[in-house]
Design a protein around this ligand. Structure first.
Ligand code: HGY
Ligand code: MN
Ligand code: MN
Length: 421
């Protein structure tokens, strides 16, 4: 730990960080059902680019160098004293869920910027460069799956793997990315990928534990596994008043059979397993026509790799045996195994929290994050801060300026620590 920690910690500004977050929250501002302020800012949209321009202006004002790679990942670089040294990477995502909050993802980018600004204002030299990254499409809301930017950076998938994926308007990821890159053509281009020394991501917990247990900081131990599927059922349209039920190929009734069977497969009395059908499309979607097409999503998660593989592999056979009259297509579109974070980072986070008199709790992440795909590349880890009632993916998502400042101070100390290793 550097001896200059006190002035570094003092250089982190709670107000500056909060003001930046509130400025960004205006870009895609929405109002929740109970009047809470939320954000709907999908990836690769004009709103996304407006938010990026704002962050770039703050970064350039600091003297950071800005670059972007072929899938749109944005990098803000602070030079170290040893230019060729592998950088320490920090950051998160700027895209939100359609009914999103003001902190999920974006706080990790702004906390990274705040930490680097504090390091520079405190006059602390770091041997290694530090790069703040904003990953493309972590949420997977507009274009499924999530984590496209970090998966491409880590060469887990080729950058063009999702070019044909279309959004609700029929625009493909490839088209949206091409438009995005043309709009940001003035930015310095950098090759895809890299070999960081370490990766640290700051994020709100999106769960209730830190608040319930009164912990200031979450020392994230790892991330559970996630598997996403899209299920398509094809039957026949028929007249709701005349078609005998015995002759119908009703996609909705078969969907109900399939989801009922999946619920039985995914029943977990210990409430560890997560199984969600969050998106359903029915066609032709009229009240007096039997539906001939249904598409529904599956989001399945578990911390145990064996359960994730066994139950996930059972999804398609379970659907096929439950469906009576329709043709079935099941496609897996996201496959992220559980990961454990490296002691180099988890210990640095815990030590920094302790040194600053903050209470901390070792905690796994139920949400996936870009950090999941950095694990094979370098020692990786995350810093959580509490969020009110554990609510996220909801305009009611909230962390206090003080909680976020404490997270940024721990991040600043961890980045300085790792950048001088
Ligand atoms: O879905 C997730 O876990 C992440 O919040 N996008
Ligand atoms: Mn997130
Ligand atoms: Mn999210």
């Amino acid at each position: 730990m550097s001896s200059t920690a006190p002035n570094l910690i003092a250089a982190v500004s709670e107000a500056r960080q909060w003001d930046r977050l509130m400025e960004l929250a205006k870009l895609g501002a929405i109002t929740g059902a109970d009047g809470e302020p939320g954000v709907n800012r999908a990836c690769l949209t004009p709103l996304d680019r407006e938010a990026r321009r704002l962050v770039i202006s703050w970064a350039e004002g600091l003297g950071l160098t800005v670059s972007v790679d072929e899938i749109g990942n944005l990098f803000l670089r602070h030079e170290g004293t040893e230019a060729g040294a592998a950088p320490v990477l920090t950051g998160s995502h700027m895209d939100t869920q359609p009914n999103g909050g003001r902190f999920d993802g974006i706080w990790g980018v702004i906390a990274g910027l705040e930490a680097v600004q504090a390091i520079r204002e405190a006059g602390i030299a770091t041997r290694r460069p530090i790069e703040v990254v904003a990953w493309t499409n972590e949420e997977g809301g507009r274009f499924a799956p999530g984590c496209m930017g970090s998966m491409a950076y880590a060469h887990y998938k080729p950058a063009n793997a999702w070019d044909a994926v279309a959004d609700a308007e029929g625009i493909t990821f490839g088209q949206a990315l091409a438009e995005h890159r043309a709009a940001e053509a003035g930015l310095t281009h950098r090759p895809l990928g890299g070999k960081p020394f370490a990766y640290v991501e700051a994020h709100i917990e999106q769960g209730p534990r830190l608040e319930a247990e009164g912990a200031d900081i979450g020392v994230v131990t790892g991330i559970q596994g996630s598997r996403w599927f899209i299920v398509e059922l094809r039957g026949e349209t028929a007249h709701a008043g005349t078609a005998p039920v015995s002759l119908r190929k009703d996609a909705v009734q078969d969907m109900i059979r399939a989801i009922t069977a999946l619920n039985a497969l995914m029943t977990d009395p210990t409430d560890v397993l997560r199984f969600t059908v969050g998106q359903i499309e029915v066609l032709p979607n009229t009240s007096n026509t039997v539906a001939d097409r249904v598409r529904f999503t599956i989001d399945f998660r578990h911390p145990d790799k064996d359960v994730l593989l066994a139950n996930g592999d059972a999804i398609e056979p379970t659907i096929r045996s439950a469906v009576k009259n329709c043709e079935v297509t099941v496609t897996e579109r996201f496959h992220a195994l559980p990961v454990e974070f490296d002691a180099l980072v988890t210990d640095a986070v815990e030590d920094a929290a302790t040194a600053q008199g903050l209470s901390s709790l070792r905690i796994p992440s139920g949400a996936f994050h870009d950090a999941q795909f950095m694990v094979p590349l370098c020692p990786s880890g995350m810093i959580f801060v509490p969020c009110r009632n554990g609510v996220s993916h909801n305009p009611a998502e909230y962390s206090t300026p003080g909680q976020l400042a404490a997270g940024a101070r721990v991040l600043a100390a961890v980045l300085t620590d790792l950048a001088n290793r």
